[in-house]
Design a protein around this ligand. Structure first.
Ligand code: TYD
Length: 201
């Protein structure tokens, strides 16, 4: 298996982060170096931008620009070097989240995001994107029983519905890269699906 760039996506409360340790273990068991990272974040500067992005109110385009600023730093310092040395990169969110949240939910024009994507990523795209899909009620229910919500997690059901639809549309537009996982099922079943997908890489 050659080095792969794998991203995890889904609404807040979909439970994607729970599966990260298992995915890392499965990849390592195959002798791969794994770099596990997240967006926004992944670098010292990116984590400072994350603090602002998650807790400060700002124009949706400012948010988009800061997401891509953090992403530029992340690619230059973490993702590209890791892929170049043959490591696998597992990122908890990447550009599909910008299409889902800033475009789908907040109305930033897709054409503007495409420009930034081209600028910041050039040819870099994930090889595999696992989309943890849950109905909005399930995600909101899970969030309400979790820790104190950040800015995004305090949004309305309509906001989350737009995110879900935007993610599913991204999946339909990029079928070779996406695997849509029904994450409303019991955790062990979802974990088994994830394991099966990783095993086919
Ligand atoms: P998340 O990945 O859910 O982390 P945690 O599990 O610690 O809450 O939080 C990141 C938030 O940032 C999430 O609400 C989605 C949002 N986000 C965007 O709006 N656009 C983006 O491009 C990215 C990467 C994240």
């Amino acid at each position: 298996m050659r080095a792969k760039f794998i991203t995890l996506e889904g609404m807040d409360g979909a439970g994607k982060s729970t599966h990260i340790p298992n995915i890392i273990a499965a990849l390592k068991a195959r002798g791969l170096e794994v770099v596990s990272t997240r967006e926004p974040g992944g670098t010292a500067l990116g984590e400072r931008l994350r603090e602002m992005l998650l807790h400060e109110t700002m124009h949706a385009e400012t948010e988009t620009l800061l997401m891509f600023a953090a992403r530029r730093e992340h690619i230059a310092n973490v993702i590209a070097p890791a892929l170049a040395r043959g490591a696998c990169v597992l990122s908890d969110r990447f550009t599909d989240a910008t299409y889902a949240y800033q475009c789908g939910a907040k109305g930033v024009l897709a054409a503007k995001i495409e420009m930034l994507e081209q600028w910041v990523q050039e040819d870099l795209q994930p090889d595999l994107t696992l989309l943890f899909d849950v109905p909005v009620e399930v995600s909101m229910e899970r969030l309400s029983s979790a820790r104190a919500p950040d800015k995004f997690e305090r949004e309305s059901a309509e906001f989350f519905t737009r995110i879900r639809h935007a993610y599913l549309q991204r999946a339909r537009e990029n079928p070779a890269r996406f695997r849509v996982i029904d994450a409303s099922r019991p955790l062990e079943e979802v974990a088994k699906t994830v394991e099966d997908i990783i095993a086919t890489l």
